[in-house]
Design a protein around this ligand. Structure first.
Ligand SMILES: [Zn+2]
Length: 168
């Protein structure tokens, strides 16, 4: 793997799970393949914590694994390695995922009317929630007033636009 790609994976891993992510990528890059237990030993962390980390990196397509059944202990051993996808593919996939999330959120904002307590002691409520509470705050009993989400919609639209038009 090119070192620029490796650097990209390390940065991405750090963004996702913090400094530990960078370490994991660098260790696996050096070793080629590693099991959960081996990695836990190197990081001096509990195996279950390391597994959570590995799965998050897997979900983000940074890592891949193969598994083998250990006949002695009777369960599967996972061997982790770095993805062979290009940085560009991973980047494009991530971009698509982020856009999907933002668009969902935008639809939610557009399709709902919101209400807010005048005392601002609760998060905003949807129309249905406000209706069920007879337009009174469930905490302090004050009257609920309509909440204008135009600013949120504008920010979402702008962010979606920026990300859609960013390179690759
Ligand atoms: Zn209130």
């Amino acid at each position: 793997m090119l070192s620029a790609e490796r650097r990209f994976l390390m940065e991405l891993a750090e963004n996702l799970v913090g400094e530990e992510g960078r370490k994991v990528v660098s260790i696996i890059a050096e070793r080629g393949e590693i099991t959960d237990e081996e990695l836990a030993k190197i990081l001096q962390k509990p195996t279950n914590e390391v597994r959570i980390l590995l799965h998050r990196l897997f979900e983000s397509r940074i890592l891949k694994y193969r598994r083998e059944r250990d006949e002695k202990i009777g369960w599967y051993v996972y061997f982790w390695r770095l993805t062979d996808e290009s940085a560009e593919t991973i980047y494009t996939q991530r971009k698509r995922k982020v856009l999907e999330k933002l668009k969902k959120r935008l639809n939610y904002e557009r399709q709902n009317t919101f209400y807010m307590c005048v005392n601002r002691d609760i998060p905003r409520l949807t129309f249905d929630e406000a209706f069920n509470n007879m337009f009174k705050c469930p905490v302090c009993g004050a009257i609920l007033e309509p909440y204008d989400n135009t600013a949120i919609i504008k920010i979402l639209e702008k962010t979606i636009d920026t990300i859609s038009n960013s390179s690759s």
